[in-house]
Design a protein around this ligand. Structure first.
Ligand SMILES: [Zn+2]
Length: 502
């Protein structure tokens, strides 16, 4: 803090002390303030409020200060209202457009991407654009489309396209080329714009194990086959079931379809509700790995579930065109007996009886099931139709031979829907109930024969286990040992002791 008297008020009189060593400055003309100060030398309009506190002069200073503050507050526009500075005049018309093209803002807020200048007189349109010397394209083979037409769509000339298609057809079966196959095509320089570019090179993956290249050599097209080595080692995944067998197996890399097949086949042996989180699953899936790095996963080959006290192992085996599951010893599914071939009331059972039409006692070689005409008749179990047609007192009659020296026969049918030699499966409809032949009303006469002897259909418990035998069993064993030798691709609980067991 400094005193006012240090700087200003004694300026008028005290210059001699300040301008030490200099010529005294000529006296300035007196201003109004100077004159007031001359008149009232003791009057200080701004007394020092830090000194002589409580004096009259101090109170006057406080009052002046408070007055000045009050005036300032009264003159202020208020705290809530902003004080505006000067604003540039907004741009209009072309000025605005010019400025806008220089601005940077989001396109959504109307930014432009620059201005387009008018072409000057120096600009002349091109008479002819130069062509690219080489065009590289990709053609995609569409479903049900000829190979040649796929190439033509991509821009290959009709002549070249059909020549390539012939070359390809000569090397591989065109049906092997999957829809969606991409063909890399290189087209070369042409003499004029009115003709198609000549095909220079073409390459595609014809099959998983074969790449094909067609190149122009000395003016003619020639095809080169590039075989790709494929490794057929299946994929084996083993791990703890955890919270969800499906999710765990999927996370370990098994394809969805294989996991579904796994669950379906395991479910025939172990109810899903009995599979615990600590059970270990073992799953082997067909896999093809090309030397070029692609991988294809296929069908489920092996399904295993180790529950500690119980172990289920199922191996896929194709038999007579059907997929069957066998345990590693070659034992298949148990067939659950024979079906009742028609729904109805048992009106007469197997045994000696007085014949309702002939009137004398004789052996009734089957059972009668009374049912309305038209009720479907189903094959009792899998087999081959041996006879289908008219057969004396039996009326319309079908005889089916089954494995294990068994035959079933169905009589008095109103309709036959199979022919001799047809393979039928358990439950397949073979005709309908009727009253043809020696019959007193609509019913099915059903017979079961075992090794040439008619037996009571009710007496035979037909649950039998399908098992592989002979050469087929040997081939099956070979498959099992190669499958179980598959290395585990790696999941959480693939311990070394387990590997040593197998
Ligand atoms: Zn009968």
């Amino acid at each position: 803090m400094f005193l006012r008297s240090d700087i200003g008020l004694d300026q008028a009189g005290g210059t001699s002390a300040r301008s030490f060593g200099r010529a005294p400055a000529p006296p300035k003309p007196l201003t109004l303030i100077d004159r007031i100060q001359d008149r009232f030398p003791d009057f200080d309009p701004a007394p020092d409020l830090g000194s002589r506190i409580g004096s009259i002069e101090w109170f006057r200073g406080v009052a002046t200060c408070a007055g000045l503050i009050t005036v300032t507050l009264l003159l202020s526009p208020g705290f809530e209202r902003p004080i505006h500075g000067a604003v540039t005049a907004p741009l209009t018309g072309t000025e605005w457009e010019d400025a806008r093209s220089q601005s940077i803002s989001a396109l959504a807020y109307g930014a432009t991407t620059g201005m387009r200048g008018e072409a000057s007189g120096l600009v002349r349109p091109l008479a002819d654009t130069p062509e690219r010397p080489i065009l590289e394209l990709t053609a995609v083979v569409g479903a049900g489309r000829r190979f040649a037409s796929a190439l033509e769509r991509a821009g290959v000339g009709a002549g070249d396209a059909s020549r390539v298609a012939d070359l390809v057809a000569g090397a591989i079966d065109p049906t092997d080329i999957k829809a969606g196959t991409r063909v890399d095509v290189t087209l070369g320089r042409r003499a004029s714009r009115n003709q198609a570019r000549p095909l220079e090179k073409l390459a595609f993956r014809a099959r998983f194990d074969l790449a094909v290249e067609v190149a122009r050599v000395d003016g003619g097209l020639s095809l080169i086959e590039i075989p790709i080595a494929v490794d057929h080692t299946p994929l084996r995944i083993r791990g703890r079931v955890g919270s969800s067998l499906y999710r765990t197996a999927r996370a370990a890399g098994a394809p969805a379809k294989a996991v579904e097949a796994f669950i379906k086949s395991i479910a025939t042996k172990v109810p899903m509700s009995r599979i615990g989180a600590n059970d270990e699953f073992d799953l082997i899936v067909e896999r093809q790995r090309a030397a070029t790095g692609e991988e294809q996963l296929g069908k489920l080959l092996f399904a295993g579930l180790d529950q500690g006290r119980r172990e289920v192992q199922l191996v896929r085996w194709e038999r007579e065109g059907r997929t069957m599951w066998y345990d590693p010893k070659g034992m298949g599914e148990r067939t659950e007996g024979m079906l009742m071939p028609a729904q109805g009331r048992l009106s007469s059972s197997f045994g000696y009886r007085t014949h309702p039409v002939l009137g004398f006692r004789r052996l009734h070689k089957g059972m009668d099931i009374a049912a309305p005409t038209g009720t479907p008749i189903r094959a009792a179990t899998d087999g081959t139709v041996q006879f289908a047609g008219r057969n004396g007192g039996y009326g319309n009659y079908v005889r089916i031979s089954h494995s294990g020296g068994l035959q079933t026969a169905y009589g008095h049918m109103s309709r036959i829907s199979v022919r001799s030699g047809t393979r039928v499966t358990r439950g397949q409809v073979i005709g309908a109930v009727g009253s043809t032949g020696m019959s007193t009303g609509p019913h099915l006469h059903y017979e079961l024969w075992k090794n040439g002897q008619a037996v009571n259909p009710r007496s035979v418990s037909l649950s039998s286990t399908d098992r592989l035998t002979g050469g087929e069993l040997n081939r099956f064993r070979g498959l099992v040992s190669s499958l179980l030798g598959t290395p585990v691709a790696g999941t959480a609980k693939a311990t070394s002791e387990n590997d040593a067991e197998e």
